[in-house]
Ligand binder design. Structure first.
Ligand SMILES: [Zn+2]
Length: 185
């Protein structure tokens, strides 16, 4: 990229999520040193996607996004593949070369819920995400897999279980099955 051009929102998001190659990343590093406008926009991205960036930096394949973050991507015209998974339902999913992100909304009864944990299970290996973001008004939790990793993954079946946590009491909200097909590159 040219040093003088401002960085678009989509690229700033990809930059924050560690999705860019070394050369593109170095170009943005350099631009940000001299551009307050893009620095301010990056601050917005970090505010919206901060938790996601940190999860990906720790090597997580899955992260959970706020509805605000998805709305912002949508408003900026970022190409996204969106799925909606009914409570205790399943979805056939993929990521195509033109998709910048894939998001899945898992429908769950969230009224009165204050904390949600998500247990991600892939072929017997499970990982728990504590206190994931959600908006009770939407009655859904938004899953955002790391695009670069998802593209590399073979076809597989993964499951996510959502539980609400109130003190020491856990209550099952739903289980969601993702039948993922790898796009032939
Ligand atoms: Zn700029």
């Amino acid at each position: 990229m040219k040093e003088r051009e401002h960085v678009d929102f989509e690229t700033l998001v990809a930059y924050w999520l560690g999705e860019l190659d070394g050369e593109a990343e170095a170009g943005i590093d350099k631009h940000l040193l001299g551009c307050d406008r893009c620095g301010a926009r990056l601050d917005e991205v970090v505010a919206l996607a901060g938790g996601i960036g940190e999860a990906f930096a720790r090597g997580a394949v899955q992260a959970f996004a706020s509805e605000d973050f998805v709305r912002q991507l949508d408003a900026q015209g970022v190409p996204m593949r969106e799925y909606r998974v009914p409570r205790n339902g399943a979805v056939n999913c993929t990521i195509l070369p033109e998709d910048r992100f894939v998001v899945a909304r898992m429908e769950a009864p969230l009224e009165g819920v204050t904390r949600v944990d998500a247990i991600y299970d892939l072929e017997g290996q499970s990982r728990t995400f504590h206190d994931v973001p959600f908006d009770p008004a939407d009655n859904s939790v938004v899953l955002l897999p790391r695009p670069a990793t998802l593209r590399q993954m073979p076809s597989h079946r993964a499951r996510i279980r959502l539980v609400s946590v109130e003190g020491t009491v856990e209550r099952e909200l739903g289980t969601y099955t993702f039948n993922h097909t790898r796009h032939p590159a």
